[in-house]
Design a protein around this ligand. Structure first.
Ligand code: F6P
Length: 327
């Protein structure tokens, strides 16, 4: 097999803080190896539309600390069709792009797996999502920053909750995963944390509020993951207000602030390591694998084995600890 000379890079799915640091690492590692690097804007949609440009090392200057993605991102339905893939392949050929580095989530890698089956374009993935919901890596790029953002916000909410003796239900993101909820909740000393991985026993939660009320615990923070089985903050707040009409309860949805902002040091380092690894992996002949970090070591896992993680890392010890620490 002849050595790869031209690599395309894109970001796809929801953006996450640290994606720019990963782009920087890919571009600079590629240029170090005397490759030509092509930025593909707006993910697979930009690939279909030929929104492609050659990148220089200066294109990635001063971006390691910036949130968002300089390549922009999108979720493309068209790429999932035969016609869409054909158009995308035509555009890659036009620019002589022989291999891809894809920064995104499981949907991004599923798309790449189908594309490879048809057109044999080698690809290496980098996990970029705030949800931390992928197998093949202990952490996804952006998760650490998102949790820190949520912690900062919840700390502020606690100040006002305390001033008014209020109960707050705070909703965090995470799609079907409770990693942001459980980690921000523990870090903020939340009285309760509701996550999709565990069926919420609403009566148990109400009993705990009742118990706290009786012993005059005036501030109460409940962190709820957006896809808890009882719904989000508003639904949980309504249940509490109906059961305890005298309680002053507020719902707060943190929303997209969790996706933005300057990446934490941990996300910058992770992104740099994985960007560097992705290019070296392609040059070593790897394809259809995602670069991740497990137990501190960089590992490559086939796309076919990358699935949404099942919440295994949220173990019973942690759940027990939350109960104990909120007495
Ligand atoms: O996957 C990242 C994420 O922020 C999820 O936590 C959330 O459910 C979803 O994306 C929101 O998507 P959108 O930005 O399209 O509203």
């Amino acid at each position: 097999m002849s050595r790869i000379k031209n690599i395309g890079i894109l970001t796809s799915g929801g953006d996450s803080p640290g994606m720019n640091a990963a782009i920087r690492a890919v571009v600079r590692t590629g240029i170090y190896h005397e490759l030509d690097l092509f930025g593909i804007r707006r993910g697979y949609q930009g690939m279909i539309e030929g929104d492609i440009f050659k990148m220089q090392t200066t294109d990635v200057s001063n971006i390691i600390q910036r949130g968002g993605t300089i390549l922009k991102t999108a979720r493309s339905k068209e790429f999932m069709t035969d016609e869409g893939m054909k158009k995308a392949f035509t555009q890659l050929k036009k620019h002589n792009i022989e291999a891809l580095v894809l920064i995104g989530g499981d949907g991004t890698f599923r798309g790449a797996a189908h594309f490879f089956e048809k057109y044999f374009i080698p690809a290496v993935g980098i996990p970029g999502t705030i949800d931390n919901d992928l197998t093949g890596t202990d952490f996804t790029i952006g998760f650490d920053t998102a949790v820190n953002t949520a912690v900062e916000a919840i700390d502020k909410i606690r100040d006002t909750a305390e001033a008014h003796d209020r109960l707050f239900v705070v909703e965090v993101m995470g799609r079907d995963a409770g990693y942001i909820a459980i980690n921000s909740g523990i870090a903020c000393g939340a009285e309760d944390i509701l996550i999709p991985e565990r069926v919420t026993d609403i009566n148990e939660m109400l009993a705990r509020i009742d118990h706290d009320e009786r012993r005059k615990k005036t501030v109460h923070i409940i962190v709820v993951a957006e896809h808890d089985n009882y719904g989000g903050a508003k639904e949980v707040k309504d249940i509490i207000s109906t059961r305890f009409p005298a309680l002053d309860v507020r719902a707060c949805v943190l929303g997209h602030i969790q996706r933005g902002g300057s990446p934490s040091y941990a996300d910058r380092v992770l992104a740099s390591r994985l960007g560097f690894t992705a290019v070296n992996a392609l040059l070593a002949g790897n394809t259809q694998v995602m670069a991740g970090v497990i137990n501190g070591n960089v590992v490559l896992t086939p796309f076919t084995e990358i699935v949404k993680s099942d919440g295994y890392a949220i173990n019973n010890d942690m759940l027990e600890m939350i109960r104990v620490l909120s007495v």
